[in-house]
Write a protein that binds this ligand. Structure first.
Ligand SMILES: NC(=O)c1ccc[n+]([C@@H]2O[C@H](COP(=O)([O-])OP(=O)(O)OC[C@H]3O[C@@H](n4cnc5c(N)ncnc54)[C@H](OP(=O)(O)O)[C@@H]3O)[C@@H](O)[C@H]2O)c1
Length: 262
């Protein structure tokens, strides 16, 4: 199937590693050009250097930190500098720290809103008008399985990301007739640095080894394993494709069956 992404330009945030990088790689493999954004210029440079040469030529990058003033503007400026437009926005951020719901620090929660939610809203609001005017656009937000089935030790993630799901669903209805689709990705457990960190944190709290935690976690997933970033990136590339033009307002699970609800 031709995803018809050749000539399309994407901005992918949180793209220096993990899920964001996997999405950028999938979009590049399908012929799109991509501006990769994250905090670390070194990590972005290394990620781009590892790509095949023809894909490297279709990459640009910007180092900026969500939660710091001017980051969204820097990303928008970089993303529009070559083509003058962004056809595909992949809004992906770092995740909040784990902890008990009863121990949430409201100050930390507000700071996480500034890193995880506010910049996603601002990027979306800045880029969607151009997509609508051109009659084609894709907005993909990386959330979590926790927006469907809350994860016990990630209350900030559950609560904050739910607000994005509500906003994106509302936006999807407003812009659907203009050729712009808006969908949310709900990863279960995909093997990235973030998952390894969370497993290490659970191991430290329970006295188990990281391997024991990861094994038990994998065993609780119907697929019996964590997903790979490439499996996640492939779903995102499909949702960005022309073929997915009638998929909008959805929260798509990439979870190996981990979410128990229908
Ligand atoms: N992996 C999973 O199974 C899973 C499941 C549910 C939810 N999620 C969520 O999905 C998102 C991506 O997960 P991941 O596993 O790919 O995590 P990851 O490997 O830690 O990647 C996070 C990305 O975001 C960037 N980033 C972090 N903080 C940033 C900030 N303040 N400003 C700009 N960029 C920032 C990081 O790059 P720099 O360090 O260079 O900034 C990196 O590129 C996270 O929010 C995570 O909580 C993941």
């Amino acid at each position: 199937m031709d995803f018809e992404l050749s000539g399309r330009h994407a901005l992918v945030t949180g793209a220096s590693s993990g899920l964001g990088l996997a999405i950028a790689q999938s979009l590049l493999a399908e012929g799109a050009s991509v501006t990769l954004a994250a905090r670390s210029a070194e990590k972005l440079q290394a990620a781009i250097a590892a790509l095949p040469g023809d894909q490297r030529a279709r990459c640009d990058m910007v180092a900026a930190e969500f939660g710091v003033s001017g980051a969204v503007e820097a990303m928008l400026a970089a993303a529009t500098r070559q083509t003058g437009r962004v056809d595909i926005l992949v809004a992906n951020t770092g995740g909040p720290p784990p902890g008990l719901p009863s121990a949430i620090d409201p100050e930390e929660m507000a700071a996480q809103y500034g890193r995880m939610i506010d910049p996603v809203l601002r990027l979306t609001l800045a880029l969607v008008p151009g997509m609508r005017a051109r009659g084609w656009g894709r907005v993909l937000t990386v959330a979590s399985s926790g927006v469907i089935q809350p994860i016990p030790h990630l209350p900030m993630s559950n609560a904050l990301r739910a607000s994005l799901v509500g906003f994106m669903k509302s936006l999807a209805g407003e812009v659907a007739a203009d050729g712009v689709t808006v969908n949310v990705l709900a990863p279960g457990r995909i093997a990235t640095a973030r998952t390894a960190e969370l497993d290490a944190s659970a191991a430290a709290k329970t006295g188990k080894t990281v391997e024991e935690v990861a094994r038990a976690s994998a065993a609780s997933i119907p697929a019996g394993r964590y997903g790979t970033p490439a499996e996640f990136g492939a779903v995102a590339a499909f949702l960005a494709s022309a073929a997915a033009g009638y998929v909008t307002g959805s929260t798509i699970r990439i979870d190996g069956g981990a979410i128990r609800a229908i």
